[in-house]
Design a protein around this ligand. Structure first.
Ligand SMILES: [Zn+2]
Length: 707
């Protein structure tokens, strides 16, 4: 919800086991911004080809009037000539840049493999990667790596040992507020974060889980499309069980599926889970057996390593109650099959080819429409990033994010913050009380540029050459324990919610902090070799977007300290909400397909952030000029370049299943409509001589100004 792009903590795992949920992070070709060639899947890592500078003139379609369809005016020629690579569910500016970053990361890891010392962090990175690449060993091992984990499940003999086994599956794999990753295949998910009522300490947040498919809708929606997917899923469960050597796979699959369906029926919807005030429920450890009877909670927490913890935040209480009751009422053997299947499913990407292929067929083909599996090296980079994100990040920024680029980015962020402050000062409708609190919040905003101040220490993680499966298991457990270790310690506001090598940006509302990873601070978003106007139009709008999240409908819920306390006066909030309602209507009117529209309510926070971010970026650019004339370029005025750079930062096309899925599960509107945000800014009308009657034209009174 609070990032510029995707909403997941484990974005980098997307290509491995979670690709279906996250169709937008994927990539497969050299950067082709102006080459005019269609992106082909590379045979090996694509070269770090020369980036383009300025806007991509060859992408523009002059047969489209800017006032009718600004996205297609800025990107139409690119859309016509580009085919989505077969191993991608979507393709565009973000994907190209992610691909470039991955290929660079791949080169860095290979170099580390050749040169790193025997005992070093770089050696761990290299060994993790090399073990994943060693398909011959993985193939030879077959199902052997599963044996120890399955034996533990076989040993479950009663409800107490079931509870303990379920507790052992808990991982720190969800995130409610930052990257809003709400989905886990484990029965529950844990997020360790700043408490929403007491910002001086960390709390463990417990979230609903237990579903392999991305959302409760996939189990419950009556549509034919979802019905078809359900049949494919049941077949997938059976196929995985057969591969792992279980008899009666069909019957077991049916029972597992029926259990997940009952869990889904108790789940909260995505929209409901995003309501922060509904989620902030404090339960003492002793409350669980009364409020959610069924599961032997003491055993569960002991299995999870949480036996000493006294208090939790239970995000979806009624779902936890339903799930807990099922652990008592559903036969033990069904739960054991559930655990077996979920275990094999979670680690299939680290097993032999047959498991990998089955996993791909369901998660990427069926759920996202991606025709072709990504090459092994790309999956190896994603896996290594996921396991050792900061160790890889250190290698990455040392090579690709020089101090002068960090300084230049910090200056840009500073200008955006100044411009935001001036907008707050200028708001005529805001009462002094709210204005003062907004300024206080802006003043305490903690900005992270490029990479975190402190990197995570991986000395406690064992990486064993030749053990891809064990490495993955240990890395997930290490990550979990690192999160548990935060409990009882002071809150670290310098903590990051994203890897430095991820093309994205994020606002951490409870921490009142923002992170801009190094990987998004590069062309075409941020480019030292062109006029800054285009940086303001692209990365400037991204930065403005993240800053404004601190002040949007959800940011309004957290004060400067990060406490969940609405700091707006009633009148101010009502005024703000009215502007939001008009934005809801604006986006509800967009129809990507005749039968589906954008959900204006589900995407409201992000749309507010887009409008505010672009407005602030425009102001910041004018401020930076200090009255000097702005240079034109490529036959366009400086103002036109600003808006074209913005619209081209949303250059993208997606496969139909992926786009339909985004419309259901993502808090962001599809890129095309994000580009059309321009219609709310007066400056855009002047820049392109937009006239009444054109499709995107809004009368001045209908243009939404949120800040
Ligand atoms: Zn956002």
């Amino acid at each position: 919800m609070f990032c510029i792009r995707l909403t997941l903590r484990r974005a980098l795992a997307a290509t491995l086991s979670l690709a279906a949920s996250f169709p937008l992070l994927a990539g497969a070709a050299p950067p082709v911004a102006t080459s005019g060639t269609v992106a082909e899947p590379a045979a090996g890592p694509p070269s770090a080809a020369a980036a383009t500078h300025g806007i991509d003139v060859s992408a523009i379609d002059r047969s489209v009037a800017p006032g009718d369809d600004f996205f297609r005016y800025a990107n139409g020629a690119w859309l016509k000539r580009t085919e989505i690579p077969p191993d991608r569910s979507s393709w565009g500016t973000f994907g190209v840049l992610a691909e470039l970053t991955d290929s660079r990361t791949d080169e860095l890891i290979r170099a580390a493999s050749a040169s790193a010392e025997t005992v070093s962090e770089a050696r761990k990175v290299a060994d993790y990667y090399d073990s994943f690449m060693d398909e011959a060993t993985i193939e030879r091992l077959g199902v052997a790596p599963l044996a120890a984990g399955l034996k533990q499940i076989d040993a479950i003999s009663d409800r107490a040992s079931l509870a303990r086994a379920l507790g052992r599956t808990l991982r720190a794999d969800v995130d409610v507020l930052n990257s809003t990753s709400l989905h886990t295949e484990n029965l529950f998910g844990l997020w360790v974060a700043q408490d929403l009522d007491d910002p001086t300490r960390y709390s463990p947040f417990l979230l609903q889980g237990g579903l392999v498919m991305p959302d409760r809708d996939y189990y419950l929606s009556p549509t034919q499309k979802m019905g078809d997917i359900r049949e494919r899923y049941r077949a997938h469960i059976a196929a995985v069980l057969r591969l792992a050597g279980f008899h009666s796979a069909e019957a077991r699959a049916t029972r597992i599926y029926e259990l997940e369906k009952r869990i889904a029926a108790g789940h909260w919807s995505r929209a409901e889970s995003e309501e922060v005030q509904k989620g902030d429920n404090h339960w003492a450890a002793a409350d669980f057996s009364r409020l959610a009877p069924g599961l032997e909670w003491r055993e569960f927490f002991a299995g999870a390593g949480l036996g000493e913890v006294q208090g939790f935040v239970v995000w979806q209480p009624s779902a936890v109650t339903v799930i807990s009751a099922l652990t008592a009422s559903v036969p033990l053997d069904t739960w054991k099959d559930f655990l077996r299947f979920h275990y094999v499913e979670a680690y299939s990407p680290f097993l032999a080819k047959a498991f990998v292929a089955e996993h791909f067929a369901f998660h990427q083909q069926t759920l996202s429409g991606t025709p072709q599996q990504r090459e092994r090296w790309k999956r190896a980079v994603a896996a290594t990033n996921d396991a050792l994100q900061d160790a890889v990040g250190r290698l990455y920024v040392a090579r690709y994010f020089p101090p002068d680029e960090k300084a230049r980015a910090e200056a840009l962020v500073h200008n955006l913050i100044v411009a935001m402050g001036m907008r707050i000062d200028r708001l005529t409708w805001m009462t002094p009380a709210t204005r003062e609190k907004a300024k206080a919040k802006l003043a305490t905003l903690k900005v992270g540029v490029g990479y975190p101040d402190h990197w995570r220490d991986y000395s406690g993680l064992d990486v064993v050459r030749g053990d891809a499966f064990g490495n993955a298991e240990r890395a997930r457990l290490f990550d979990y324990r690192s999160n548990l270790a935060k409990l009882g310690k002071p809150v670290d506001r310098g903590e990051w919610a994203m890897p430095a090598q991820l093309v994205d940006a994020v606002n951490l509302p409870a921490m009142n902090a923002i992170n801009f990873p190094a990987a998004i601070l590069q062309p075409p978003y941020f480019d030292p070799e062109r006029d800054p106007v285009m940086d303001y139009g692209s990365i400037g709008a991204v930065i403005g977007h993240e800053i404004s999240h601190s002040f949007d409908d959800q940011g309004a819920l957290f004060d400067a300290s990060g406490t969940l306390r609405n700091w707006w006066t009633k009148e101010d909030f009502a005024h703000f909400k009215a502007a939001g309602d008009r934005l809801v209507a604006q986006y509800n009117a967009y129809h990507p397909f005749p039968d589906v529209s954008v959900n204006g309510k589900q995407t409201l926070s992000e749309n507010i952030a887009d409008v505010a971010g672009l407005s602030v970026a425009y102001d910041a650019w004018r401020l930076m000029l200090q009255g000097h004339a702005a240079p034109a370029g490529e036959g366009y005025s400086a103002e036109q370049l600003f808006f074209l750079a913005f619209a081209q930062s949303w250059q993208e096309k997606a496969r139909e299943p992926a786009l339909r899925r985004q419309l259901v599960t993502d808090g962001h509107a599809p890129p095309e409509y994000r580009a059309d945000t321009v219609r709310n800014l007066d400056a855009w009308y002047d820049a392109f001589d937009i006239e009444p009657g054109q499709a995107l034209y809004l009368a001045p009174a209908d243009r939404v100004r949120v800040w």
